[in-house]
Design a protein around this ligand. Structure first.
Ligand SMILES: C[S@@+](CC[C@H](N)C(=O)[O-])C[C@H]1O[C@@H](n2cnc3c(N)ncnc32)[C@H](O)[C@@H]1O
Length: 268
């Protein structure tokens, strides 16, 4: 998968209007905020903030939030939601969250990243976030277990029948061990990785096609001609419906990983 910020921005700009339909993303972002021990008065960086599913609850806790995303479309939705909720403690920055020289070292109490780190080059991104944290600051990111959700694996298998080989973007950080190893290598300590499934709501399945076809990791399917895409869509939705009917438990949740760690730097 390309981790080129422009490619990712273009992909999420396309998806921005329907992203709010991903109810599991909203609930898992709220869970990350809860686990991240965010309190009033803290300065929080939300990296890959998207439509604000983590930034808004963090601001509601009284934190001052810097929400960074490469996608103008996603940020526009986040601004709209914050405005509608009367929240003004969020600063929105359209930028690459893996490299933020415009933000001072040691200036954040918390860095959070809800289901976005799998789009980023992990090692250097974690080092950059550690740079931004105060010595007693903490990082929390969420990601998906490798091969989860199963609905995404089904999409990849359907695409393969049309000659499109797709990879699982969750695989790189897809186990607790991988999360721990990357965090330790970047200098984080007191690492905790919580494995917790999150259930799909009916609306999540209804946007499954849109979520998969617009995912940056699946961009290669967009090279198919219109007729093939129509067939792929029909096959995917038919097989998803059948799979939900026969193996509902496997299909209707995402195996989440919530990784929490302390920056413990010796900077004064
Ligand atoms: C799946 S969405 C998650 C959004 C939000 N955190 C949530 O929990 O709903 C991933 C987001 O990460 C953003 N993103 C991916 N790579 C990025 C990067 N290098 N810098 C900033 N944002 C990035 C995308 O534009 C997208 O909005």
């Amino acid at each position: 998968m390309s981790d080129d910020p422009d490619t990712i921005a273009a992909s999420f700009d396309q998806r921005a209007a329907t992203y709010h339909g991903n109810d599991w993303h909203r609930r898992s972002a709220e869970r990350l905020v809860e686990l991240g021990d965010i309190r009033a008065g803290m300065r929080v960086l939300d990296a890959g903030a998207g439509t604000g599913f983590a930034a808004l609850p963090a601001a509601r806790k009284g934190a001052s939030v810097v929400a960074v995303d490469v996608s103008r479309g996603m940020l526009a939705q986040a601004r709209e939601s914050a405005g509608a909720a009367g929240i003004d403690a969020i600063e929105f920055i359209e930028a690459d969250a893996t490299h933020l020289p415009q933000l001072d070292a040691g200036s954040f109490d918390r860095v959070i990243c809800a289901t976005a780190i799998h789009y980023m080059p992990v090692a250097r991104t974690l080092r950059e976030w550690r740079r931004l944290l105060r010595p007693d600051g903490r990082l929390g990111f969420s990601t998906m277990h490798a091969d989860s959700p199963k609905a995404a694996g089904l999409f990849r298998r359907c695409a393969a029948r049309f000659g499109v080989a797709l990879t699982d973007a969750s695989a790189v950080l897809g186990t607790p061990e991988a999360c721990r190893a990357e965090l330790a290598a970047a200098g984080f300590r007191a690492i905790d990785v919580i494995e917790e499934p999150i259930a799909f709501a009916p609306i999540d399945l209804s946007v499954a096609w849109e979520s998969n076809v617009r995912a940056p990791a699946n961009a290669a399917v967009l090279a198919l001609d219109e007729a093939a895409l129509v067939q792929l869509r029909a096959q995917y939705l038919r097989e998803l419906t059948a799979a939900v009917a026969t193996d509902r438990d496997a299909l209707v949740h995402v195996d989440m990983l919530y990784a929490l760690a302390s920056a413990v730097t010796d900077r004064g």
